[in-house]
Design a protein around this ligand. Sequence first.
Ligand code: ADP
Ligand code: MG
Length: 239
Amino acid sequence: MTLPRLAVRHLVKTFAGRRVVDDVSLTVMPGQVTCLLGPSGCGKSTTLRIIAGVDMQDSGTIHVDGQLICDTVDRVPPEGRSIGLMFQDFALFPHLTVAQNVGFGLRGRRDDGRVTALLQKVGMLRYLHDYPHQLSGGEQQRVALARALAPQPRIMLMDEPFSGLDDRLRDDIRDETLEILKSEGTAVLLVTHEPNEALRMADEIALMRDGRVVQRGSPYNIYNAPKDLQAAGFFSDIN
Ligand code: ADP
Ligand code: MG
């Protein structure tokens, strides 16, 4: 059996006595996309922050390729986890050029060849010397993707990364982003509150509600055999 790239088991996080993340387990297989899907406030971002290592769980474990990276005793720091991050408001540095922004992702290593190859890959090579304010939202997104990929993370965590983009662009950027991540072999955990986005992008969906994962399965299964009325209702008003 293939080992999951990312395995999260029984994660719990409490804020002021409330279980915001309540026994969450999920996996991401190598080269695949798992979507953590659920309404606003259900605990998606908190789960992602714990996996990234910028927040700490009360209990539960996180493994990457079978290696324990975090329980409540041992903790690999965020930069040692081989995890990349893309957030909607994870802005580029305004005072750095496109190439310098991507180079920053290499964390102190200099590798102009890698920067060039990544910019080529995201279709932004001719904007090498431009500054972020000279780019459209979609173009900035591509540069952010190149920056996040620079250190060759084994897993990319994405928190509603497409929600700031305009409707016309969004589908194209989503598809392109997915293609690039797959070509790099990066496993993806994508957080979204949009059923459409999850159905379009996911190999597996973990449906979340009130801090709990209530159902896990393929998009086909989740859409066609929702576990209960509430899950069905969540998918009923998609266009
Ligand atoms: P989602 O990303 O699904 O919208 P979040 O993980 O951001 O949900 O938040 C889940 C719940 O936890 C919300 O009710 C939020 O107000 C609460 N919460 C998140 N972070 C904190 C915090 N640092 N302190 C207290 N409550 C928090
Ligand atoms: Mg959120």
